[in-house]
Ligand binder design. Structure first.
Ligand code: B3K
Ligand code: ZN
Length: 873
């Protein structure tokens, strides 16, 4: 296939004004009648071409006349119709086969034939699997959708839009109609039909509209939907308050399914969620999962304005809606919970997922220049780095300026398909600032390295900070332009006090943002009484890798004294990196001592929030350590990281760990969700993990007691995970118990698979193979496939990267099987091979062989072959 290029974008020659769909639903066969009123751009007269994938065409007519076979052609997923004019009406009637659809794109069946329900997933290009249409986001139309089905099999019929009638039909059938007054792209189309229960709530928007909020799920889990309903209401209030945006339909439906390719989908008026991100219950959800539910509910809701009301001109602009909506969700979550913890979590996620992507063969700009399979571009770069770019611009404009800019963006582009240029122009125009220099961030892949060097002049009392930037080549792009990098900074004296900043003869308080826009720039601070310690990139003010030759003492000082939780954590992470780099085969180092002594001191003081302390006590992950090495040995990284933590545990001491554990355990009874209780559970887990490195027997005894008496999933899973990862003698019984207790709960069972898939090192592969024979394992369900294979290949480096390459072969085999069922999931799991070029030679060769073998297989999907092809290059 030839790639699609941003450069080749042309407005659509044909667009659609109104769409009337009449859908006759059945599990095996569904018939879709469509009536499109067409508009032809007079500038580009062309034959009418519509997308259609795997449709069985039953009849077609144009302007009321049935077409002869020579008047149209349906080949290679394109329907060509001759004779259409501006204003023509095209009617088609097609059949699709939901139960046979294993791709989970288009119309498909969730659950069993007897009890399951029908639903759709259209983004990015699934609508063409339902009916013929110009399947591109810049074709906005008004939709009327009528659903018909057997009433007893499909009592609930839902589509996006306002309800516009329903009634009985002959033979026990019924119908329901929905009209959406807002023009929208077809990727936001959705329907759901089946036996579902609901909970609901009335909501009145800030502008006085009455909205019914309804959450739907299968009957057995409807009690787990209340938290999501609360989160939805909080999101709606927040968007009104923060951005002045209200909901715009009479009903807002949300549906949970266990069969879903990603987290959730923002279909207009009918959001569909992976159950993992909607259901919440203390017995099945951890604290982290509660926060994830809140975040994803908010994210999808926020799309109603950033994505739906203003959509993307083409899929290259994906980050226009995704980066922006992630950013809005991050702001919301920071407001609802601890802002510092949220920032820590997001930066850690960026480093774990996006930095490796940007540093390897899959690197691409936030706005890619070309793609083959768009579904492969729903990446950490488009989402997470995209959000960081919005954050930089928002920081540049300040809170009020950003709001002004967003207001203008909505005012200008409501009902339109916009571009990233439009977005920056609106933000800039509203503030009389030209933001176009930020465009380079969108078009250039790779993570810039920010090098910082400070020099203190004792005579002049000046501190000169020299900042320089450099971005390494990424595939196909060697030359990199300098980018505007906002560096938020403070200076500390050697007692840990912040110093007032004087730059260019002006006073700036104790914190200031300087923008590095050239390859190198110097900033001279005046009236600096003594040699300072710079705290750079505060709040992670730009998505870059900071290189600064701090001494361990300087980082320890920041770790101890910085009042800002995020920066304190960041200093600890940098110190841990330094410690790791200097830890050589059992030798101790100054950096190591500084790291663990500073942490042990903080541990004793009891002056830090429990959750922050838990995060401080956690060194960067194995993937982050690997990212800094040119020849990666994952087993060695695992061992070194364990050794660091072991020494940290020693420094704190068994008694202190046990005492803290007991104190925390005494305070955590009922699974309350308030911040203090969540924080206690987080720290308790961390303390137990550290203790397990030092005094395994005692830790296992505490863990099994915690497992048995846990009042919620957070504590239960934490205990189980300690036992399983260490392969404690008590692990087997606990696993059997867990398996039995949650036999009917897919979300909990997923965790049972994941916890075992993450046993480090050599034993993991045999465990995985054994688990595949569990009757509940299936490749057909994406959550289940991810919970075992994804958790292993992407979440367990020391287990996956075996010297003998057996796990590479194993994964390649599974990817080929999965690809035949669900190409999107196969392609996603295949990204676990990213970074193989930097493995040490033995593993590198083994990985290459496995990848080449996979690439040579017949009949791979475009999705999987694109990823495998790119990863190999
Ligand atoms: N927009 C969807 C993702 C669609 C993925 C298509 N392969 C969910 C979200 O980002 O909100
Ligand atoms: Zn999104």
């Amino acid at each position: 296939t030839t790639p699609i290029r941003l450069h080749d974008y042309r407005p659509p020659a044909w667009s659609v004004e109104t769409v009337e769909l009449d859908i006759d639903l059945g599990i095996d066969a569904t018939e879709v009648s469509s009536r499109l009123t067409l508009h032809c751009d007079p500038q580009q007269p062309a034959t009418l071409r519509l997308d259609g994938e795997g449709l069985e065409l039953l009849s077609i007519s144009l302007d009321g006349r049935k077409l002869d076979t020579h008047e149209y052609r349906y080949e290679q997923s394109v329907l060509e119709v001759s004779g259409a004019r501006d204003g023509s009406v095209l009617e088609t009637h097609v059949r699709v086969r939901p139960a046979a659809n294993t791709t989970l794109e288009g119309l498909y069946l969730s659950g069993s034939r007897e009890h399951g329900f029908l639903l759709t997933q259209c983004e990015a290009e699934g609508f063409r699997r339902i009916t013929f249409f110009p399947d591109r986001p810049d074709v906005l139309a008004r939709y009327t959708v009528t659903l018909r089905a057997d009433r007893s099999r499909f009592p609930v019929l839902l589509a996006g839009g306002n309800p516009a009638g329903s009634g009985e039909l002959a033979d026990g059938r019924h119908w329901a109609r929905f009209v959406d007054p807002h023009p929208r792209p077809c990727y936001l189309f959705a329907l759901v039909a089946g036996r579902l229960e609901s909970i609901q709530r009335d909501y009145v928007t800030a502008d006085g509209r009455k909205v019914k909020l309804v959450i739907w799920s299968e009957a057995n889990v409807i009690d787990c939907c209340h938290y999501a309903l609360d989160a939805l209401e909080r999101s709606m209030r927040w968007d009104e308050h923060t951005y002045g945006r209200s909901f715009d339909l009479d009903v807002f439906h949300v549906v949970a399914t266990h069969d879903f390719n990603m987290g959730a989908m923002e279909n207009k008026g009918l959001n569909i969620f992976n159950a993992k991100y909607l259901l919440a219950d203390p017995d099945i959800s951890t604290d982290d999962e509660y926060r994830a539910v809140e975040a994803v509910v908010a994210h999808e809701y926020f799309h109603n304005w950033t994505g739906n009301r203003v959509t993307c001109r083409d899929w290259f602009q994906l980050s226009l809606k995704e980066g922006l909506t992630v950013f809005r969700e991050q702001q919301f979550s920071a407001d609802m919970n601890s802002a510092a913890l949220k920032r820590i979590e997001d930066v850690a996620l960026l480093r774990r997922t996006q930095f490796p992507e940007d540093a390897g063969p899959l690197a691409h700009p936030v706005r890619p220049a070309e793609y083959r399979e768009i579904n492969n571009f729903y990446t950490a770069t488009v989402y997470e780095k995209g959000s960081e770019l919005v954050r930089m611009v928002a920081g540049r404009l300040g809170q009020e300026g950003f709001r002004r800019g967003m207001d203008l963006y909505f005012e200008r582009h409501d009902g339109q398909a916009a571009t990233i240029e439009d977005f920056l122009a609106a933000l800039g125009d509203a503030n009389h600032i030209n933001l176009s220099s930020y465009l380079a961030w969108y078009s250039q892949a790779g993570t810039p390295r920010l090098h910082a060097k400070g020099e203190y002049d004792e005579v002049e009392h000046t501190y000169t900070l020299t900042l320089s930037q450099q971005t390494r080549p990424t595939p196909g792009h060697v030359e990199k332009a300098p980018l505007p990098i906002p560096v938020k900074l403070s200076l500390f004296d050697r007692h840990g006090q912040m110093l007032p900043l004087h730059l260019d003869g002006e006073a700036h308080g104790t914190e200031k943002v300087v923008v590095l826009s050239k390859p190198t720039q110097r900033f001279v601070f005046q009236h600096v009484p003594s040699a300072p310690v710079p705290s750079l990139l505060r709040g992670f003010s730009a998505p870059v890798v900071l290189e600064c030759d701090y001494t361990p003492d300087e980082l320890a000082l920041l770790l101890t004294h910085d009042a800002d939780g995020f920066n304190r954590w960041e200093a600890g992470q940098q110190l841990a990196m330094l410690a790791f780099d200097t830890l050589r085969d059992g030798d101790d180092s100054i950096a190591n001592k500084a790291w663990r002594q500073a942490l042990a001191a903080l541990f004793e003081q009891d002056a830090i929030d429990d959750a922050l302390l838990a995060d401080l006590l956690t060194p960067p992950g194995e993937i982050e350590f690997a990212d800094r090495q040119s020849e990666v040995d994952p087993a060695k990284i695992h061992a070194q990281r364990q050794a660091m933590q072991h020494r940290l545990a020693e420094e704190i001491g068994v008694d202190a760990l046990v005492a803290r554990y007991r104190a925390l355990a005494a305070h955590t009874g009922a699974p309350e969700l308030d911040a203090a209780n969540q924080a206690r559970r987080r720290l308790k887990r961390r303390v137990l993990e550290l203790l397990a490195l030092l005094d395994a027997e005692q830790a296992y005894a505490l863990a099994i007691r915690q497992y048995d008496s846990a009042s919620g999933m957070t504590d239960r899973l934490a205990a189980l995970s300690v036992l399983v990862r260490h392969r404690a003698p008590q692990a087997a019984t606990a696993l059997v118990h867990f398996r039995k207790r949650y036999a009917d709960n897919p979300l909990a069972l997923d965790k049972w698979f994941t916890v075992q898939a993450q046993v480090p090192g050599e034993p993991a592969l045999a465990i995985i193979k054994h688990l595949e024979s569990d009757p509940s394992f299936t490749l057909k369900n994406p959550n289940r496939a991810r919970s075992l294979l994804g958790a292993f290949a992407s979440g367990n480096p020391s287990g996956f990267h075996r010297m003998d390459g057996a796990a590479y072969q194993f994964l390649a085999e599974r990817l080929a099987q999965l690809d035949a069922l669900n190409p999107q999931i196969a392609a996603r799991l295949a990204t676990a091979f990213n970074g193989w070029q930097r493995l040490e030679p033995v593993r590198r060769n083994a990985a290459r062989q496995a990848l080449e073998g996979l690439a040579q297989r017949e009949g791979l999907s475009p999705n999987l072959s694109e990823i495998v092809g790119n990863v190999l290059q």
